[in-house]
Design a protein around this ligand. Structure first.
Ligand code: NAP
Ligand code: MG
Length: 495
Protein backbone atom coordinates (compact mmCIF):
# COMPACT_ATOMS: atom_id res chain seq x y z
CA UNK A 1 0.00 0.00 0.00
CA UNK A 2 1.17 3.51 -0.80
CA UNK A 3 0.31 6.54 1.29
CA UNK A 4 -2.20 8.72 -0.60
CA UNK A 5 -0.69 12.12 -1.13
CA UNK A 6 -2.66 15.16 0.11
CA UNK A 7 -3.98 17.61 -2.49
CA UNK A 8 -1.86 20.33 -0.87
CA UNK A 9 1.28 18.26 -1.31
CA UNK A 10 0.51 17.63 -4.94
CA UNK A 11 0.02 21.32 -5.57
CA UNK A 12 3.15 22.14 -3.60
CA UNK A 13 5.28 19.87 -5.76
CA UNK A 14 3.74 20.62 -9.16
CA UNK A 15 4.02 24.41 -9.07
CA UNK A 16 7.48 26.01 -8.87
CA UNK A 17 8.42 27.19 -5.39
CA UNK A 18 9.67 30.73 -4.79
CA UNK A 19 11.80 32.50 -2.19
CA UNK A 20 10.19 33.92 0.96
CA UNK A 21 11.57 37.42 1.46
CA UNK A 22 10.00 40.19 3.58
CA UNK A 23 6.72 38.30 3.77
CA UNK A 24 6.42 37.92 -0.02
CA UNK A 25 6.92 34.98 -2.36
CA UNK A 26 9.33 36.12 -5.05
CA UNK A 27 11.35 34.48 -7.83
CA UNK A 28 15.16 34.51 -7.70
CA UNK A 29 16.59 37.78 -9.06
CA UNK A 30 18.35 35.75 -11.76
CA UNK A 31 15.08 34.00 -12.67
CA UNK A 32 16.87 30.65 -12.25
CA UNK A 33 15.37 27.53 -10.71
CA UNK A 34 16.75 24.11 -9.81
CA UNK A 35 15.09 20.76 -9.31
CA UNK A 36 14.90 18.64 -6.20
CA UNK A 37 14.68 14.93 -7.05
CA UNK A 38 12.62 12.12 -5.54
CA UNK A 39 15.44 9.95 -4.16
CA UNK A 40 13.39 6.76 -4.56
CA UNK A 41 13.39 7.19 -8.35
CA UNK A 42 15.89 9.92 -9.19
CA UNK A 43 13.11 11.75 -11.07
CA UNK A 44 12.25 15.43 -10.59
CA UNK A 45 9.98 16.03 -7.61
CA UNK A 46 9.71 19.82 -7.68
CA UNK A 47 11.27 22.99 -9.08
CA UNK A 48 12.58 25.58 -6.65
CA UNK A 49 13.97 29.11 -7.07
CA UNK A 50 17.76 29.22 -7.14
CA UNK A 51 18.62 32.11 -4.86
CA UNK A 52 22.13 33.54 -5.01
CA UNK A 53 24.11 36.40 -3.46
CA UNK A 54 21.68 39.06 -4.71
CA UNK A 55 18.68 37.28 -3.15
CA UNK A 56 20.58 36.72 0.08
CA UNK A 57 21.36 40.44 0.17
CA UNK A 58 17.66 41.30 -0.28
CA UNK A 59 16.67 38.83 2.45
CA UNK A 60 19.35 40.06 4.86
CA UNK A 61 18.24 43.67 4.33
CA UNK A 62 14.62 42.67 5.03
CA UNK A 63 15.71 40.87 8.21
CA UNK A 64 17.85 43.88 9.19
CA UNK A 65 14.92 46.26 8.75
CA UNK A 66 12.58 43.93 10.64
CA UNK A 67 15.08 43.79 13.49
CA UNK A 68 15.97 47.50 13.60
CA UNK A 69 12.55 49.07 12.96
CA UNK A 70 9.98 46.31 12.79
CA UNK A 71 7.32 45.36 15.31
CA UNK A 72 9.14 42.15 16.34
CA UNK A 73 11.32 43.90 18.91
CA UNK A 74 8.39 45.90 20.28
CA UNK A 75 5.76 43.23 20.85
CA UNK A 76 5.66 41.85 24.37
CA UNK A 77 7.47 38.62 25.23
CA UNK A 78 4.10 37.09 26.03
CA UNK A 79 2.74 37.90 22.57
CA UNK A 80 5.96 36.60 20.99
CA UNK A 81 5.66 33.36 22.94
CA UNK A 82 2.06 32.86 21.82
CA UNK A 83 3.00 33.30 18.16
CA UNK A 84 5.80 30.74 18.53
CA UNK A 85 3.44 28.34 20.30
CA UNK A 86 1.02 28.75 17.38
CA UNK A 87 3.77 27.65 14.94
CA UNK A 88 3.98 24.38 16.90
CA UNK A 89 0.19 23.97 16.72
CA UNK A 90 0.12 24.61 12.97
CA UNK A 91 2.84 22.00 12.41
CA UNK A 92 0.69 19.44 14.23
CA UNK A 93 -2.42 20.49 12.30
CA UNK A 94 -0.54 19.86 9.05
CA UNK A 95 1.42 16.85 10.26
CA UNK A 96 0.31 14.41 7.55
CA UNK A 97 1.03 16.86 4.78
CA UNK A 98 4.46 17.79 6.19
CA UNK A 99 5.39 14.12 6.70
CA UNK A 100 4.47 13.37 3.09
CA UNK A 101 6.55 16.26 1.78
CA UNK A 102 9.48 15.21 3.98
CA UNK A 103 9.23 11.60 2.84
CA UNK A 104 9.07 12.56 -0.85
CA UNK A 105 11.91 15.07 -0.69
CA UNK A 106 14.29 13.28 1.68
CA UNK A 107 13.38 9.61 1.09
CA UNK A 108 12.70 8.69 4.72
CA UNK A 109 9.64 6.54 5.45
CA UNK A 110 6.41 8.51 5.84
CA UNK A 111 5.70 6.69 9.12
CA UNK A 112 9.09 7.69 10.54
CA UNK A 113 8.58 11.35 9.63
CA UNK A 114 4.99 11.29 10.93
CA UNK A 115 5.97 9.72 14.25
CA UNK A 116 9.32 11.45 14.70
CA UNK A 117 10.40 14.49 12.71
CA UNK A 118 7.06 16.30 12.61
CA UNK A 119 5.93 16.04 16.27
CA UNK A 120 9.51 16.70 17.43
CA UNK A 121 9.58 19.88 15.31
CA UNK A 122 6.27 21.04 16.81
CA UNK A 123 7.52 20.22 20.31
CA UNK A 124 10.61 22.34 19.76
CA UNK A 125 8.47 25.43 19.04
CA UNK A 126 6.19 24.64 21.99
CA UNK A 127 9.18 24.30 24.31
CA UNK A 128 10.86 27.48 23.02
CA UNK A 129 7.59 29.46 23.22
CA UNK A 130 7.78 29.21 27.02
CA UNK A 131 11.23 30.79 27.14
CA UNK A 132 10.09 34.03 25.48
CA UNK A 133 8.81 35.31 28.85
CA UNK A 134 11.72 33.97 30.88
CA UNK A 135 14.76 35.71 29.46
CA UNK A 136 16.27 37.62 32.34
CA UNK A 137 19.33 39.54 33.45
CA UNK A 138 20.84 40.00 36.93
CA UNK A 139 21.39 42.80 39.39
CA UNK A 140 24.98 43.04 40.59
CA UNK A 141 26.59 44.75 43.58
CA UNK A 142 29.81 46.18 42.18
CA UNK A 143 32.68 47.46 44.36
CA UNK A 144 34.74 49.77 42.08
CA UNK A 145 37.54 50.15 44.71
CA UNK A 146 39.21 52.92 42.66
CA UNK A 147 36.16 55.17 43.32
CA UNK A 148 35.91 55.19 47.12
CA UNK A 149 32.54 56.26 48.49
CA UNK A 150 30.66 56.04 45.18
CA UNK A 151 27.44 54.02 44.97
CA UNK A 152 26.26 52.13 41.92
CA UNK A 153 23.30 50.19 40.62
CA UNK A 154 24.39 47.61 38.04
CA UNK A 155 22.21 45.22 36.09
CA UNK A 156 22.46 43.07 32.97
CA UNK A 157 20.13 42.89 29.99
CA UNK A 158 19.98 39.84 27.76
CA UNK A 159 19.28 41.09 24.24
CA UNK A 160 18.87 39.38 20.86
CA UNK A 161 22.03 39.08 18.76
CA UNK A 162 20.27 40.67 15.76
CA UNK A 163 20.09 39.25 12.24
CA UNK A 164 20.87 35.54 12.21
CA UNK A 165 21.85 33.52 9.14
CA UNK A 166 20.98 29.83 9.46
CA UNK A 167 22.25 27.09 7.15
CA UNK A 168 20.84 23.59 7.55
CA UNK A 169 21.37 20.07 6.12
CA UNK A 170 19.09 17.56 4.42
CA UNK A 171 18.95 14.69 6.94
CA UNK A 172 16.12 16.05 9.14
CA UNK A 173 14.98 19.00 7.02
CA UNK A 174 11.99 20.26 9.02
CA UNK A 175 13.48 19.39 12.40
CA UNK A 176 16.73 21.21 11.61
CA UNK A 177 14.70 24.27 10.58
CA UNK A 178 12.82 24.04 13.89
CA UNK A 179 16.00 23.63 15.98
CA UNK A 180 17.35 26.77 14.34
CA UNK A 181 14.25 28.99 14.11
CA UNK A 182 12.68 28.20 17.51
CA UNK A 183 15.44 29.63 19.73
CA UNK A 184 16.27 32.48 17.34
CA UNK A 185 12.66 33.70 17.40
CA UNK A 186 12.02 33.23 21.10
CA UNK A 187 15.01 35.45 21.89
CA UNK A 188 13.76 38.16 19.48
CA UNK A 189 16.15 37.80 16.53
CA UNK A 190 15.28 37.97 12.84
CA UNK A 191 16.44 35.26 10.44
CA UNK A 192 17.52 34.33 6.94
CA UNK A 193 17.33 30.54 6.57
CA UNK A 194 19.01 28.59 3.77
CA UNK A 195 17.77 24.99 3.56
CA UNK A 196 19.83 22.24 1.92
CA UNK A 197 19.51 22.11 -1.86
CA UNK A 198 18.48 18.43 -1.66
CA UNK A 199 15.49 19.08 0.66
CA UNK A 200 14.06 22.59 0.41
CA UNK A 201 10.34 21.76 0.50
CA UNK A 202 9.31 21.50 4.16
CA UNK A 203 11.20 24.68 5.07
CA UNK A 204 9.19 26.52 2.39
CA UNK A 205 5.92 25.07 3.71
CA UNK A 206 7.03 26.01 7.24
CA UNK A 207 7.54 29.61 6.07
CA UNK A 208 3.84 29.68 5.08
CA UNK A 209 2.83 28.35 8.50
CA UNK A 210 5.11 30.85 10.25
CA UNK A 211 3.38 33.71 8.41
CA UNK A 212 -0.01 32.20 9.26
CA UNK A 213 1.00 32.03 12.94
CA UNK A 214 1.46 35.82 12.92
CA UNK A 215 5.23 36.30 12.63
CA UNK A 216 5.63 39.78 11.06
CA UNK A 217 7.06 40.27 7.55
CA UNK A 218 10.84 40.16 7.30
CA UNK A 219 11.36 38.32 10.60
CA UNK A 220 11.82 34.94 8.90
CA UNK A 221 13.12 34.81 5.32
CA UNK A 222 13.82 31.58 3.46
CA UNK A 223 16.22 31.57 0.51
CA UNK A 224 16.64 28.25 -1.32
CA UNK A 225 19.77 27.74 -3.40
CA UNK A 226 23.23 26.22 -3.37
CA UNK A 227 25.79 26.24 -0.60
CA UNK A 228 28.65 27.65 -2.64
CA UNK A 229 26.59 30.68 -3.73
CA UNK A 230 23.63 31.43 -1.43
CA UNK A 231 25.14 29.76 1.65
CA UNK A 232 28.56 31.36 1.24
CA UNK A 233 26.99 34.81 0.66
CA UNK A 234 24.96 34.48 3.86
CA UNK A 235 27.98 33.40 5.92
CA UNK A 236 30.02 36.35 4.63
CA UNK A 237 27.34 39.10 4.75
CA UNK A 238 28.34 42.13 6.83
CA UNK A 239 24.79 42.87 8.01
CA UNK A 240 24.46 39.40 9.56
CA UNK A 241 25.29 39.32 13.28
CA UNK A 242 25.44 35.58 13.76
CA UNK A 243 25.61 32.46 11.65
CA UNK A 244 24.29 29.10 12.87
CA UNK A 245 25.31 26.11 10.78
CA UNK A 246 24.62 22.38 10.78
CA UNK A 247 26.41 20.14 8.28
CA UNK A 248 29.82 18.76 7.46
CA UNK A 249 32.95 19.66 9.41
CA UNK A 250 34.56 20.63 6.11
CA UNK A 251 31.92 23.29 5.35
CA UNK A 252 31.95 24.29 9.04
CA UNK A 253 35.55 25.44 8.55
CA UNK A 254 34.51 27.52 5.51
CA UNK A 255 31.75 29.14 7.58
CA UNK A 256 34.27 30.14 10.25
CA UNK A 257 36.54 31.70 7.62
CA UNK A 258 33.64 33.55 5.97
CA UNK A 259 32.60 34.95 9.35
CA UNK A 260 35.92 36.67 10.00
CA UNK A 261 35.00 39.74 7.89
CA UNK A 262 32.67 41.30 10.47
CA UNK A 263 33.53 38.83 13.26
CA UNK A 264 29.94 37.65 13.43
CA UNK A 265 29.10 35.06 16.08
CA UNK A 266 29.26 31.45 14.91
CA UNK A 267 27.66 28.30 16.23
CA UNK A 268 28.34 24.96 14.56
CA UNK A 269 26.81 21.50 14.72
CA UNK A 270 29.07 19.25 12.65
CA UNK A 271 29.88 15.63 11.93
CA UNK A 272 30.46 12.65 14.16
CA UNK A 273 31.82 9.13 14.33
CA UNK A 274 30.12 8.10 17.52
CA UNK A 275 31.14 5.06 19.56
CA UNK A 276 28.46 2.68 20.78
CA UNK A 277 29.79 0.41 23.54
CA UNK A 278 28.21 -2.91 24.53
CA UNK A 279 29.54 -4.63 27.68
CA UNK A 280 29.36 -8.34 28.49
CA UNK A 281 26.64 -7.60 31.05
CA UNK A 282 24.39 -5.65 28.65
CA UNK A 283 20.74 -6.68 28.43
CA UNK A 284 19.57 -8.51 25.27
CA UNK A 285 17.97 -5.20 24.10
CA UNK A 286 21.47 -3.95 23.34
CA UNK A 287 21.41 -5.83 20.01
CA UNK A 288 18.34 -4.03 18.73
CA UNK A 289 19.67 -0.86 20.31
CA UNK A 290 22.95 -1.12 18.41
CA UNK A 291 21.09 -1.70 15.13
CA UNK A 292 18.81 1.28 15.75
CA UNK A 293 21.80 3.44 16.70
CA UNK A 294 23.24 3.13 13.20
CA UNK A 295 20.30 2.37 10.91
CA UNK A 296 17.90 5.05 12.19
CA UNK A 297 17.34 7.59 9.38
CA UNK A 298 19.44 5.33 7.08
CA UNK A 299 22.55 6.24 9.06
CA UNK A 300 22.21 9.82 7.77
CA UNK A 301 22.44 11.08 11.28
CA UNK A 302 25.24 13.16 12.78
CA UNK A 303 25.13 11.14 16.02
CA UNK A 304 24.80 7.74 14.30
CA UNK A 305 26.39 4.97 16.38
CA UNK A 306 28.77 4.16 13.55
CA UNK A 307 31.58 2.57 15.60
CA UNK A 308 30.23 -0.43 17.49
CA UNK A 309 32.51 -1.78 20.24
CA UNK A 310 31.43 -5.06 21.84
CA UNK A 311 33.19 -6.64 24.81
CA UNK A 312 34.89 -9.90 23.80
CA UNK A 313 32.45 -12.49 25.26
CA UNK A 314 29.44 -11.01 23.49
CA UNK A 315 31.10 -9.94 20.23
CA UNK A 316 29.91 -12.78 17.95
CA UNK A 317 26.38 -12.80 19.33
CA UNK A 318 25.88 -9.02 19.11
CA UNK A 319 27.42 -8.70 15.64
CA UNK A 320 25.35 -11.60 14.33
CA UNK A 321 22.23 -10.09 15.85
CA UNK A 322 22.85 -6.65 14.33
CA UNK A 323 23.65 -8.27 10.96
CA UNK A 324 20.42 -10.31 11.12
CA UNK A 325 18.40 -7.14 11.77
CA UNK A 326 20.28 -5.37 8.94
CA UNK A 327 19.43 -8.14 6.45
CA UNK A 328 15.77 -8.14 7.43
CA UNK A 329 15.17 -4.38 7.02
CA UNK A 330 12.69 -3.78 4.17
CA UNK A 331 13.96 -1.14 1.73
CA UNK A 332 11.57 0.82 -0.47
CA UNK A 333 10.15 4.23 -1.35
CA UNK A 334 9.32 6.38 1.67
CA UNK A 335 5.62 6.54 0.82
CA UNK A 336 5.29 2.73 0.65
CA UNK A 337 3.68 1.62 3.93
CA UNK A 338 5.86 -1.52 4.12
CA UNK A 339 9.09 0.44 3.91
CA UNK A 340 11.38 0.35 6.93
CA UNK A 341 14.31 2.12 5.26
CA UNK A 342 14.12 4.47 2.30
CA UNK A 343 16.77 5.56 -0.20
CA UNK A 344 19.70 7.81 0.68
CA UNK A 345 19.01 11.45 -0.06
CA UNK A 346 20.94 11.88 -3.30
CA UNK A 347 23.03 10.36 -6.04
CA UNK A 348 26.04 12.09 -4.45
CA UNK A 349 25.41 10.34 -1.12
CA UNK A 350 24.87 7.00 -2.87
CA UNK A 351 28.26 7.33 -4.55
CA UNK A 352 29.91 8.53 -1.35
CA UNK A 353 28.61 5.68 0.79
CA UNK A 354 29.25 2.92 -1.77
CA UNK A 355 32.73 4.43 -2.25
CA UNK A 356 33.38 3.91 1.48
CA UNK A 357 32.10 0.33 1.22
CA UNK A 358 34.56 -0.35 -1.62
CA UNK A 359 37.41 1.27 0.30
CA UNK A 360 36.62 -0.84 3.38
CA UNK A 361 36.59 -4.07 1.41
CA UNK A 362 39.82 -3.13 -0.44
CA UNK A 363 41.52 -2.51 2.91
CA UNK A 364 40.46 -5.95 4.17
CA UNK A 365 37.18 -5.41 6.02
CA UNK A 366 34.44 -8.08 5.86
CA UNK A 367 30.78 -7.25 5.18
CA UNK A 368 28.80 -9.55 7.50
CA UNK A 369 25.61 -8.13 6.02
CA UNK A 370 24.97 -5.83 3.07
CA UNK A 371 28.02 -4.28 1.47
CA UNK A 372 26.67 -2.46 -1.59
CA UNK A 373 23.90 -0.74 -3.45
CA UNK A 374 20.35 -2.12 -3.31
CA UNK A 375 18.61 -2.40 -6.70
CA UNK A 376 19.47 -0.25 -9.70
CA UNK A 377 16.87 2.51 -9.40
CA UNK A 378 16.89 5.29 -6.80
CA UNK A 379 19.60 5.79 -4.18
CA UNK A 380 19.23 2.68 -1.99
CA UNK A 381 22.11 1.19 0.01
CA UNK A 382 22.02 -2.13 1.89
CA UNK A 383 22.32 -1.82 5.68
CA UNK A 384 25.87 -3.00 6.27
CA UNK A 385 27.91 -4.40 9.16
CA UNK A 386 31.69 -4.41 8.66
CA UNK A 387 34.12 -6.46 10.77
CA UNK A 388 37.87 -7.16 10.56
CA UNK A 389 38.57 -3.45 10.47
CA UNK A 390 41.71 -1.73 11.76
CA UNK A 391 41.69 1.63 13.61
CA UNK A 392 43.48 3.45 10.77
CA UNK A 393 41.03 2.45 8.01
CA UNK A 394 39.00 5.21 6.34
CA UNK A 395 35.74 3.44 7.21
CA UNK A 396 36.70 3.59 10.88
CA UNK A 397 38.02 7.17 10.92
CA UNK A 398 35.71 9.12 8.59
CA UNK A 399 32.02 9.93 8.79
CA UNK A 400 30.22 7.78 6.20
CA UNK A 401 26.73 9.19 6.80
CA UNK A 402 25.00 6.05 5.58
CA UNK A 403 23.72 2.73 6.99
CA UNK A 404 27.20 1.35 7.65
CA UNK A 405 28.57 0.30 11.04
CA UNK A 406 32.09 -0.91 11.81
CA UNK A 407 32.17 -3.46 14.64
CA UNK A 408 35.24 -4.33 16.74
CA UNK A 409 35.79 -6.26 19.98
CA UNK A 410 37.32 -4.77 23.14
CA UNK A 411 38.68 -6.37 26.33
CA UNK A 412 38.00 -4.19 29.36
CA UNK A 413 36.55 -1.06 30.88
CA UNK A 414 40.09 0.27 31.39
CA UNK A 415 40.87 0.49 27.70
CA UNK A 416 37.50 1.42 26.19
CA UNK A 417 37.40 5.17 26.98
CA UNK A 418 40.64 5.77 25.07
CA UNK A 419 39.42 3.66 22.14
CA UNK A 420 36.07 5.46 22.08
CA UNK A 421 37.79 8.86 22.22
CA UNK A 422 40.20 8.02 19.40
CA UNK A 423 38.43 10.24 16.85
CA UNK A 424 38.57 13.93 15.94
CA UNK A 425 34.81 14.05 16.60
CA UNK A 426 32.86 14.26 19.87
CA UNK A 427 29.14 14.36 19.22
CA UNK A 428 27.48 11.28 20.73
CA UNK A 429 28.18 7.96 22.43
CA UNK A 430 26.22 4.94 23.66
CA UNK A 431 26.88 2.66 26.65
CA UNK A 432 25.03 -0.64 27.18
CA UNK A 433 25.49 -2.30 30.58
CA UNK A 434 23.38 -3.25 33.61
CA UNK A 435 26.09 -1.98 35.96
CA UNK A 436 25.00 1.53 36.85
CA UNK A 437 28.27 2.73 38.36
CA UNK A 438 30.30 1.44 35.41
CA UNK A 439 27.95 3.27 33.03
CA UNK A 440 28.22 6.62 34.82
CA UNK A 441 31.99 6.31 35.36
CA UNK A 442 32.48 5.72 31.64
CA UNK A 443 30.00 8.47 30.65
CA UNK A 444 32.28 10.93 32.49
CA UNK A 445 35.36 9.83 30.55
CA UNK A 446 33.84 10.10 27.08
CA UNK A 447 34.55 13.32 25.23
CA UNK A 448 31.17 13.85 23.57
CA UNK A 449 28.24 16.26 23.85
CA UNK A 450 25.65 13.53 24.43
CA UNK A 451 26.06 10.13 26.11
CA UNK A 452 23.20 7.64 26.12
CA UNK A 453 23.01 4.77 28.61
CA UNK A 454 20.89 1.78 27.55
CA UNK A 455 19.25 3.84 24.82
CA UNK A 456 20.36 5.78 21.73
CA UNK A 457 19.23 8.68 19.52
CA UNK A 458 17.06 10.18 22.26
CA UNK A 459 17.01 13.93 21.73
CA UNK A 460 14.61 16.43 23.24
CA UNK A 461 13.86 20.13 23.09
CA UNK A 462 14.82 20.41 26.79
CA UNK A 463 18.12 18.54 26.41
CA UNK A 464 21.22 20.44 25.20
CA UNK A 465 22.75 19.01 22.04
CA UNK A 466 26.12 19.67 20.41
CA UNK A 467 29.68 18.61 20.04
CA UNK A 468 33.08 18.42 21.72
CA UNK A 469 36.22 18.67 19.56
CA UNK A 470 35.62 18.95 15.79
CA UNK A 471 31.90 18.20 16.15
CA UNK A 472 31.10 21.85 16.71
CA UNK A 473 30.79 25.01 18.77
CA UNK A 474 27.94 25.70 21.17
CA UNK A 475 24.76 23.86 22.05
CA UNK A 476 21.32 23.70 20.50
CA UNK A 477 18.11 23.21 22.52
CA UNK A 478 17.69 23.25 26.29
CA UNK A 479 18.15 26.60 28.05
CA UNK A 480 21.79 26.50 26.90
CA UNK A 481 20.77 27.55 23.38
CA UNK A 482 19.41 30.89 24.65
CA UNK A 483 22.99 32.01 25.26
CA UNK A 484 23.87 31.34 21.64
CA UNK A 485 21.15 33.73 20.45
CA UNK A 486 21.59 36.57 22.95
CA UNK A 487 24.16 39.20 23.92
CA UNK A 488 24.64 40.33 27.51
CA UNK A 489 24.70 44.05 28.21
CA UNK A 490 25.89 45.43 31.57
CA UNK A 491 24.31 48.74 32.61
CA UNK A 492 25.85 50.72 35.48
CA UNK A 493 24.32 53.82 37.06
CA UNK A 494 25.98 55.96 39.71
CA UNK A 495 23.48 56.77 42.44
P1 NAP B 1 27.26 20.22 3.63
O1 NAP B 1 27.90 20.45 2.32
O2 NAP B 1 28.01 20.54 4.85
O3 NAP B 1 25.87 21.01 3.61
C1 NAP B 1 25.17 21.52 4.72
C2 NAP B 1 24.59 22.88 4.37
O4 NAP B 1 25.64 23.82 4.10
C3 NAP B 1 23.73 22.88 3.12
O5 NAP B 1 22.67 23.80 3.26
C4 NAP B 1 24.71 23.33 2.07
O6 NAP B 1 24.14 23.82 0.90
C5 NAP B 1 25.48 24.40 2.81
N1 NAP B 1 26.79 24.71 2.24
C6 NAP B 1 27.59 23.94 1.45
N2 NAP B 1 28.72 24.61 1.14
C7 NAP B 1 28.64 25.82 1.72
C8 NAP B 1 29.50 26.96 1.77
N3 NAP B 1 30.68 26.99 1.13
N4 NAP B 1 29.10 28.04 2.48
C9 NAP B 1 27.93 28.04 3.14
N5 NAP B 1 27.07 27.01 3.12
C10 NAP B 1 27.42 25.90 2.43
O7 NAP B 1 26.78 18.73 3.73
P2 NAP B 1 26.31 17.81 2.50
O8 NAP B 1 27.05 18.11 1.24
O9 NAP B 1 24.89 17.96 2.41
O10 NAP B 1 26.79 16.39 3.02
C11 NAP B 1 28.17 16.04 3.03
C12 NAP B 1 28.54 15.36 4.31
O11 NAP B 1 28.32 16.24 5.41
C13 NAP B 1 27.71 14.16 4.68
O12 NAP B 1 28.10 13.01 4.01
C14 NAP B 1 27.93 14.09 6.16
O13 NAP B 1 29.14 13.47 6.45
C15 NAP B 1 27.99 15.53 6.56
N6 NAP B 1 26.70 16.00 7.09
C16 NAP B 1 26.55 16.18 8.43
C17 NAP B 1 25.34 16.60 8.93
C18 NAP B 1 25.11 16.81 10.39
O14 NAP B 1 23.97 16.82 10.84
N7 NAP B 1 26.13 17.05 11.18
C19 NAP B 1 24.26 16.82 8.09
C20 NAP B 1 24.44 16.66 6.72
C21 NAP B 1 25.66 16.24 6.24
P3 NAP B 1 23.90 22.76 -0.31
O15 NAP B 1 22.77 21.94 0.15
O16 NAP B 1 23.56 23.56 -1.47
O17 NAP B 1 25.18 21.98 -0.47
MG1 MG C 1 26.51 19.89 -0.29
Amino acid sequence: MTVTVDKNVEEFTTTARQLFIDGQWVPAASGKTFQTPDPATGETLAHVAEGDAEDIDRAVRAARKAFDDGPWGRITPSERGKIIWRIGDLILEHADELAQLESLDNGKPFAAARAGDIPASADLFHYMAGWATKIEGNTINISAPYLPGANFHTYTLREPVGVVGQIIPWNFPLMMAAWKLGPALTTGNTVVLKPAEQTPLTALRLAELIAEAGVPDGVVNVVTGFGETAGAALAAHDLVDKIAFTGSTEVGRLIVQAATGNLKRVSLELGGKSPNIVFNDASPQAVEGAANAIFFNHGQNCVAGSRLFVQQDRFDEVVEGVARIASSIRLGPGLDEDTEMGPLVSDEQLRRVTGYLESGKNEGATAVSGGGRHGDKGYFVQPTVLTNTRPEMKVVREEIFGPVVVAAPFQSLDEIAAIANDTPYGLGAGIWTQDISKAHALAKKIRAGTVWINCYNVTDAAQPFGGFKQSGWGREMGHEVLEAYTEVKAVTAQL
